[in-house]
Design a protein around this ligand. Structure first.
Ligand code: ZN
Ligand code: ZN
Length: 282
């Protein structure tokens, strides 16, 4: 079975030191069919990677790698964008002026809780109102992200659970469950889910999203999910693929989507091939 890892970082991301070459070599060793580089593209000054993505430089390096690995590994030029509804127009303008092979959208924040701080677990546990507000923020932002139609996939749906496991239950809650359902409905209509493998190695493995959520998505008619290792180091490329596959199989999917299912017709990959021969996907 051939697999595409469609969420990988490189040194074009401010939080990753690995070169595109190291990441590609790891993918070749694993026998992956394709890797999508989805480096961080940030639009808010408070984000550590704000204005750190250099499109021209990233594309230059990328095209060199694409020629080098031609015939061995398919690589896609992408980005992972932190979405906020209040900057949607800015994101839209940027994506109109800069072409990518794949664009994935992520919600990385859920105020008033700092979801990246394990210390906030106590806050979430003790202040139910704050916890519920954070979850509502998260789900409504995911819904808007999908409805913007700017993104080929939604990254790590449920990321708020990564460092904090003390959240109130969502499914079965009369207020929170409808928020989750609206977000999923928008993803089904306008995007697709990723199964993010970055948290599968944890002592209590955390598929993002959970099997339960993936099942609902499948029942709603969601497209085949993509697999994303979210690797920031070569050893994490293609990580826990077997477990990830098991998660989507439990939800009723047979396999992961291929790069061919998501590659953009106007991205550098197909635009280059199109030259005078017309668009073709090998
Ligand atoms: Zn992310
Ligand atoms: Zn990522």
């Amino acid at each position: 079975m051939t697999v595409s890892d469609l969420h990988v970082h490189s040194s074009a991301s401010c939080d990753c030191d690995a070169s595109i070459w190291e990441m590609c070599d790891a993918a070749v060793q694993l026998g992956l069919e394709a890797v999508a580089f989805t480096d961080h593209l940030e639009f808010k000054p408070e984000d550590p990677c704000y204005k750190r993505f250099d499109y021209a430089k990233a594309l230059y390096t990328f095209e060199k790698a694409r020629s080098y690995y031609d015939g061995t590994l398919e690589i896609l030029f992408g980005v992972e964008v932190t979405y906020w509804s209040d900057i949607e127009e800015e994101i839209r303008d940027y994506l109109r002026d800069h072409q990518f092979d794949i664009v994935i959208g992520a919600i990385h924040y859920a105020p008033p809780v700092d979801i990246w701080s394990p210390a906030d677990a106590e806050y979430v546990k003790n202040d139910h109102l704050a916890a519920r507000r954070a979850l509502k923020t998260y789900f409504s932002q995911v819904e808007k992200l999908a409805k913007s139609r700017l993104f080929d996939a939604v990254a790590h749906f449920g990321i708020y659970q990564r460092y904090i496991r003390t959240w109130p239950p969502v499914i079965g809650d009369s207020e929170l469950e409808p928020c989750l359902m609206s977000a999923l409905d928008a993803i089904v209509r306008y995007s697709r889910l990723e199964l993010n493998a970055a948290t599968l190695h944890m002592p209590v493995p955390l598929p993002l999203p959970s099997v339960e959520v993936m099942k609902i998505y499948k029942e709603m008619g969601g497209l085949t999910p993509i697999y994303g290792s979210d690797a920031h180091t070569p050893s994490k490329v293609g990580k826990d693929l077997g477990i990830a596959l098991d998660v989507i199989k439990q939800a009723g999917f047979g396999e992961f989507a291929s790069w061919r299912d998501v590659v953009r017709p106007n991205g550098p990959r197909l635009k280059k091939v199109s030259g005078d021969e017309g668009v073709s996907i090998p």
